[in-house]
Design a protein around this ligand. Sequence first.
Ligand SMILES: CSCC[C@H](NC(C)=O)C(=O)N[C@@H](C)C(=O)N[C@@H](CO)C(=O)O
Length: 665
Amino acid sequence: MANDAGRRNIWIANPADGDTGLRRITDHTRDDGLLLADLQWGLGSAALLYVAGSITTGGRAPDLRGDGEGAAPAEIRLTVIESGDTRTIAAGYAPLVSPAGHSIAFVDAQDLRIARIDALHPPFTACSVAGTISGLSWSPRGDKIAFASAHDGQSRIGVFDLAERSLSWIDNDGAFDIAAAWSADGAGVAFIRLLEPDAETYSGRPEGLPWSIRTAGVGHSASRCIWTAYTGPGSVFRSFEHGPALLWRTNGTIIFGWERTGWLQLHSVDVATGAVANLTPGQGEIFSVASCPDRRSLLFSSNHGNLDGRRLWRLEPGKGAPVALTNADAVTDRPVACRNGRVFALQSSSANPLRPVAIDGDRRLRCLASPLPRWLADLAPPEQLCFQARDGTDIHAQLYLPQGADAAQPVPAIVHFHGGPARQMLGAWHVIETYHQQYGLNQLLVDRGFAVLSVNYRGGTGYGLSFREPADFGLSGASEYLDVEAAAHFLRGRAEVDPNRVGAYGVSYGGLLVSLGLARASHLYAAGVVCAGVADWSALFPEAEQDSAPARLARSASPVSDTASWRSPALLIHATDDRVVPLQQTIDLREALRRESDAAIEMLLIEREQHDLQLASSCATLFDAIADFFERKLGRAIEPVTVDRRGADGPPLSEMTRPQNGTVP
Ligand SMILES: CSCC[C@H](NC(C)=O)C(=O)N[C@@H](C)C(=O)N[C@@H](CO)C(=O)O
C-alpha cells in the first residue's frame, strides 16, 4: 500500500520482473483521506482483501473535507488482480482470511462476522458479544475462530465453532485474557493472561503483577498455566510492534516476547515441561515477528548489533542461533514469509523511502519498486550520535547538517522530538506513516538551511526496558525534560550550529517536550512549534480527583505550570477534530500564556483533521507553516542547495507525504 501525495493505493510488485513489474491495483485518485489497511491475499493469490475507510471512534465519522459526507466508514473490499474488479464484501474491519483462503472472519462493532469471499454465500453474523472484539485467530483446519472480547474491566477468550455455530468461552477469573493462538493440530488454544489492563501509560511502568501464558483444550472452559513471568523486569507484558504475541510451534513450544533481561527478546516455553529458553540474548529488542508457514521457523526484526537500526533474522528453535538475512546498514522491518519459502519485507535508508524488497538467500535485496523520483536524490545523510542528559542517561539522536554548514558559517538548528512516547526515530525513512512524514519534514528543514537533531528521548523504544519505562516520567515528573535540556546543550557545543538560533518542533507527545523546553528553558530554545501537544496532564484526571496528589504532581509536570517563564516565540498547531490529544489542551495552553507570558504566540488550526493528519494537503500546510515559522524566527544562514523539485518527477518535498514507492504498513 502506498500513499502518493494523499492518494492511497495498492500496488503489486512481481519479483520476477524487478522494477518493471510494478502494477497499481486500485484507482484512488483523490487526496481524500481514504485509509487502507489489513492487506492480505484471498482466493489463493487471485485476489487482494483489504479494509478501506475509517474505524470511527467517538461515534462521528471524521469529515476531513467538510463536504458533510464524512470519511468513508471502514468496509472490507476484495479486488480481483487479473480484472481489477473490486467489490465490497461488508462493512467492518480486522478481516482475517481462513487457512483455505475462501472465507474471512471480521469484526463489525460487537459482532464477529464470517463471509465467503467467493461470494457463494452472503456474510453472516457468527456471534454478537458484549465487549470489543480483537485478536481473531483461525484454527489450522479453518473450522473454529478464537478471539478476545474485552468489556467491563476484563477480557476473555471466545471460540466460535463454525460447524456447530456455537460460541464457548474460556474461564478468565476476571483477568484480562488476550492474544489467542492455536496449536498446530487445532486441539488447543494458548493465550496471555494479564492481571492488570494492557494500557500504555504516560508514566513509567517498569514492573507490575506478573503476566502468564495459559492453554485450554478446545471445548473446555478451563485452562492451565504453563508459564508465569517473574516479578521485576518483564513482569509487565510488552507486545511486539508488529506480529502475533504467541507462536505455537509444531515442536510443542510456544514462542513469545519477554523483557526478563531488560530487553524485549524471543523466548520459548515447552508446553509440556514449562522449560524456558531465551532465543535472542544480547543487547537488542524485537520489533516485528512473523511465522513461517512450516510453523517451525520464524522471521523477526531486531536492533541487535546496532541499537539505531533494524535488520531481519530467521530463527528455527533448536537449530542454532538466528541467521541474519539483511545487513545492519539499512532499516528492514515488517517481514513476511511465503509458502514457497520466499521472504519479503519493507526496507528504507536515509535516502531511499520505504519500499518492498525481496530477500534472497545470499542477503541480496531486490527492490520491488521503481527508481526514486529525482527530487529525493539529494537528502542529507544522518550522523548517528549519542549525548548524555545531566542524570547520566545516554540519549541517541540523528544529526542532519545542511551543505555548507561549518564553524565559519554556523547555521540555525532545530530539535525534533517524536511522539508516542514509545517510538524510535532512525536515520532513515520510517515504517510508520506519521514518522515517515516527520522524517521528510526534517529533510525539508535541512534543505532550507537548518541543522536538524532528531532526538530519541527517554520513554522511547529501542534502548531497553529501563529506558522506555524511566523513573519520574511523563505525568509523574517529566524526567524527559532532562533530555530536552541536553539536546539544546549538545547543539550549542557543535561548531556548525549558531547557539543563539536553536529551535524545536514536535507532534503529540513531541509537542509536550517542545512546550516543556520553551516554558522552562527559553534561554536555550529561541523558538518552537508545538503540534497537537499535551499541555496539562491533570486534565486526564476526573474533576473529583483534581486535588489529589497524583493530579497535583501531573499538573506540576505539565508545561501549563511554567508558562510564566516562557519567553520564546511559538507556533501552536492543532487539528480541530483531534480525538487523541483534545484541542482543549492547546486552547488551555494559549490561555495560560496569554495570562502569564509576553511571548509572541501564533496559532494554526487545521480544520476537521485528525490527530495523525490524513490529507496530504494538511501535511503540506503543516510542513510549510513549520518551515516558514522557523525561517521567520531563526532566519536562514545559508542559501539552501535546492534541486528543482517541481516537474515531472513529482511534487516538492513539502507536499510529500509518502513517495510513490513507500508503503503503508
Ligand atoms: C506508542 S505510544 C502509544 C500511543 C500513545 N498513548 C500512550 C498512552 O502512550 C499516544 O497516543 N500518544 C500520543 C500522545 C502520540 O504521541 N501519538 C502518536 C503521534 O501522533 C504516536 O506516535 O503514538
